[in-house]
Design a protein around this ligand. Structure first.
Ligand code: NAP
Length: 411
C-alpha cells in the first residue's frame, strides 16, 4: 500500500481583529492586493498572499504580524476571517505533514524575499530613539480619557476647521513618544449596526505631556466635511472630536507606532516636512526640542510646512513666535491671494543648499507627514537636490532607510 502524500503546509498570514485599528495601511501597502476588508475586519487572502512581508513594518499596531501553520487545503478563507472577533488558536497539524516538520515549514520570509526597500521610508527607528510602548489599550480594553481642552487653531473665517484637543489620563499610565499615534473609538454604530472602528491620530505633544509634567497629550484634528473628491461627507470621528466639550470622556486605544520616532542623541538634526494636520508630530518634536533649548544639546530644525493660506495653517501664531535661531521655518502656501501656488517640495528645492548640508550629516533624520500625494513630490525634490550636489540619490536613499533616518506618515 502506498503511504499517503504529505499534506502541503502553509504558513498562513492572519490579522488580529482585536488589535487591528482598521487604518487601511496594510491594504494600501500590499503590492499584490492580497489584503481586503469589510466593515468588520481586515483580512489576508491565502490564495494571493506570498508572505512578502511588505505590509508588516508599516502596521502601527502589529496586528498584521500573525501566522498559523495550516494544511493548505484547510486554510482560513476570506469570508471566514471577515466574521472573526478574535484569532483562532494554533491547530495541530495532521500526521501526514510529518515529512515537513513545523520548524522546516516555509517561513513567510522564505516564500518570497522582500524587495530590499519596497517602502519609501525606513522600517526601523533611528538608532538613538527611545523604546516605545505599543498596544497597551485595545478595542476590548480601551482607556477612558477626559477632555481638558478643545480649541480651534485655524482662522475662524476659513473652511479648515482644525482643533487642538487635549486629553488627560488622570492617574492611569499612557506612556507615549513623539511621532506615535493613538486610536479614538467614536461612540455609536455604523450603517451596518456595528460599533465604529477606531480612527488614528498622531500626537501633537511631546512625551512629557501637553503641559510638561502632566499625564496628558494633544491631537490636531481637522473636521471632515467633504471627501477627497470634494463631495459632501461627514467625518464620524473628526466631528465627534471637534464637538467635544471640557470634561467629556473619550475612549482611547494605543499607543501605536515604533518607527516614526525621533532620535534621542545630542545634536541630532530634524528635517520636518508636513502638510495641514500632518503638522501634529512636527509640533510634538519641535516642542520636545524647545523644552530643552537651554541644554545646548539641540541640533538644527528645518521645517517645511504646507497649507492653503496662513490662516488655515494650524498653530500659525505660536509657530511664528519661535526664535529663528531655534527653528528654520519655510511655509508653502498654495492658495494665498496674490501669491503663486507653492508646495513643500518647491521650497525644498529653493532651500537645496541647506537641505544638502543637513543630508550630508548622519545626525539628520527626515520626517514627512500629511497628504499621501506629497510623498512622490517630496521624494522627487530630495532626489533633485541630492543629484544637483553631485551625489547618487539611490545610495543616499538606501542609507537613510537602512539607518532609520527617513520616515513617512501619510494618508
Ligand atoms: P490640506 O489642507 O488639504 O492640504 C494642506 C496643503 O497641502 C495645501 O496647501 C494643499 O494644497 C497641499 N497639497 C495638496 N496636494 C499636495 C501634494 N501632492 N504635494 C504637496 N502638497 C500638497 O491638508 P489637510 O486636510 O490638513 O490634510 C492633512 C493630511 O494629513 C490628511 O490626509 C490627514 O489624514 C493626514 N494626517 C493627519 C494626522 C493627524 O494626526 N490629524 C496625522 C498624520 C497625517 P492645495 O491647495 O492643492 O489643496
Amino acid at each position: 500500500m502506498n503511504a499517503p502524500l504529505p499534506a502541503e503546509v502553509l504558513k498562513q498570514h492572519l490579522i488580529d481583529p482585536e488589535i487591528c485599528i482598521r487604518c487601511n495601511t496594510c491594504e494600501e501597502t500590499c503590492p499584490i492586493k492580497a489584503i481586503t476588508h469589510d466593515s468588520n475586519n481586515y483580512v489576508v487572502d491565502p490564495d494571493i498572499c506570498n508572505g512578502c512581508m511588505a505590509c508588516v513594518p508599516p502596521c502601527p499596531t502589529g496586528a498584521i504580524d500573525n501566522w498559523r501553520l495550516m494544511v493548505r487545503a484547510e486554510a482560513y478563507g476570506v469570508q471566514e476571517q471577515l466574521g472573526w472577533e478574535e484569532l483562532p488558536g494554533e491547530k495541530a497539524l495532521p500526521e501526514t505533514t510529518a515529512a515537513l516538520p513545523a520548524d522546516d515549514a516555509p517561513a513567510a520570509t522564505d516564500l518570497a524575499a522582500p524587495a530590499p526597500f519596497s517602502a519609501p521610508g525606513a522600517t526601523v527607528p533611528p538608532w538613538s530613539a527611545a523604546h516605545p510602548y505599543v498596544n497597551l489599550y485595545t478595542h476590548k480594553t480601551p482607556m477612558t480619557a477626559t477632555v481638558v481642552g478643545n480649541y480651534r487653531v485655524t482662522g475662524a473665517d476659513t473652511e479648515s476647521d482644525i482643533h487642538h484637543i487635549v486629553l488627560d489620563f488622570g492617574e492611569l499610565p499612557f506612556p507615549v513618544l513623539e511621532g506615535q499615534s493613538i486610536g479614538i473609538l467614536p461612540p455609536g454604530l455604523d450603517a451596518q449596526g456595528r460599533p465604529h472602528h477606531a480612527r488614528q491620530y498622531s500626537l501633537a505633544s511631546p512625551r512629557d505631556g501637553e503641559r510638561a509634567g502632566y499625564n496628558n497629550l494633544s491631537l490636531t484634528v481637522k473636521r471632515v466635511t467633504e471627501d477627497h473628491a470634494g463631495a459632501a461627507a461627514h467625518g464620524v470621528c473628526s466631528n465627534y472630536l471637534c464637538d467635544l466639550a471640557k470634561n467629556d470622556k473619550v475612549q482611547v486605544i494605543g499607543p501605536f507606532g515604533h518607527t516614526f520616532l525621533m532620535p534621542n542623541h545630542p545634536r541630532a538634526n530634524l528635517i520636518m516636512i508636513c502638510t495641514g494636520t500632518g503638522s501634529a508630530p512636527m509640533r510634538a518634536m519641535t516642542e520636545r526640542y524647545r523644552r530643552r533649548i537651554d541644554t545646548g544639546e539641540n541640533g538644527r530644525l528645518l521645517l517645511f510646512f504646507g497649507a492653503r493660506t496662513e490662516r488655515e495653517l494650524p498653530y500659525f501664531g505660536p509657530l511664528m513666535k519661535l526664535p529663528r535661531d531655534f527653528i528654520d521655518i519655510n511655509l508653502a502656501l498654495s492658495r494665498e491671494t496674490g501669491q503663486p501656488k507653492r508646495y513643500v517640495q518647491d521650497l525644498i528645492r529653493e532651500r537645496a543648499a541647506s537641505v544638502r548640508e543637513l543630508l550630508a550629516d548622519r545626525n539628520t533624520c527626515i520626517y514627512v507627514c500629511g497628504l499621501k500625494g506629497m510623498e512622490v513630490g517630496v521624494l522627487d525634490a530630495l532626489h533633485d537636490v541630492t543629484v544637483q550636489g553631485g551625489q547618487d540619490w539611490s545610495i543616499l536613499h538606501d542609507a537613510l532607510r537602512r539607518e532609520g533616518r527617513l520616515h513617512f506618515e501619510t494618508y
